[in-house]
Design a protein around this ligand. Structure first.
Ligand code: CU
Length: 275
């Protein structure tokens, strides 16, 4: 086991115990990754300065505050009465009053602390899909952690060692909980500004549902025959348009956590240059 690996594991266990001071001490001996792992070496990326915030159509971005150089977020897992479009409502599960959960946005090298409070009538966890993580922060209930019980709050904490279009979702009874809506996007911007930078960035989570007419909840037992396909939890005509100006450079990030299906997307009548 290399020093880096050992320091990384130490920081993981320290973070789960809530001992931030210990985390810093544990990572201080690491050489190669010291600048990434040590939050003091990387000031938290600021919106409007270090990155241009993404737009989540029909959605929201999770607010944060900075505490001792760490970006602190709070997700609340809870039941949400969600309107897919006018006339189509269901009791779903989401985060912070939304389906899907708000977009988490950060910058490569940021240290993030994400509290997850469980207000569902069932245990839950959050898995950070695609995120490079220390063991114990992966959010796989029954494997890398005890699931978060009703009324409990669990603290996830890790340093972002990559940039990209990532996601988060429940990983306790996940086929049920994801079928109920428990997912969101996690965008990590590059630390070094890319050239040319997009003028606008949009983020979409694609999903699919089975909502039998006359019922109050999505059917989580469905495996193949879905009847509602959503962009950020909405179906036309409730999907808001993407607004941009001629000549602007646009980036659209897609995540798809549908149970089964692929969704090729086509920009109808938009003349494109893929540069
Ligand atoms: Cu996943």
């Amino acid at each position: 086991m290399s020093q880096n690996r050992r320091g990384f594991l130490l920081s993981a266990s320290a973070a789960s115990m809530g001992a931030v001071a210990l985390t810093r001490a544990a990572t201080a001996g690491s050489t190669f990754e010291a600048s990434v792992l040590d939050p003091a070496a990387r000031a938290p990326g600021q919106p409007g300065i270090d990155y241009r915030p993404v737009i989540t159509p029909n959605g929201a971005t999770l607010p944060f505050k900075i505490v001792d150089g760490v970006k602190v977020f709070h997700l609340i897992a809870e039941e949400v009465e969600h309107e897919f479009a006018e006339g189509l409502r269901a009791h779903c599960w989401g985060y912070n009053g939304r389906v899907h959960g708000p977009t988490i946005e950060a910058v490569e090298g940021d240290r993030v602390r994400i509290y997850v409070s469980n207000r569902l009538p069932a245990p839950t966890t959050v898995h950070w899909h695609g995120v490079l993580l220390p063991s114990g922060m992966d959010g796989v209930g029954g494997l890398s952690q005890r699931s978060i019980q009703q009324g409990e709050t669990f603290k996830y904490e890790f340093t972002l060692r990559q940039h990209g279009t990532l996601m988060y979702h429940s990983h306790h009874d996940e086929m049920t909980q994801m079928a109920m809506g428990m997912m969101g996007m996690f965008v990590v911007h590059p630390r070094e500004r890319q050239d040319p930078a997009p003028d606008r960035e949009f983020v979409y989570m694609l999903s699919e549902w089975k909502i039998t007419p006359g019922t109050l909840r999505p059917d989580p037992n469905e495996m193949t025959d879905f009847n509602v396909v959503t962009l950020n939890g909405k179906v036309f005509p409730s999907t808001t348009p993407l607004v941009a100006k001629t000549g602007e450079r646009i980036r659209i990030r897609f995540g798809n956590l549908s149970a089964m299906d692929h969704h090729p997307m086509h920009l109808h009548r938009a003349p494109l240059s893929h540069r």
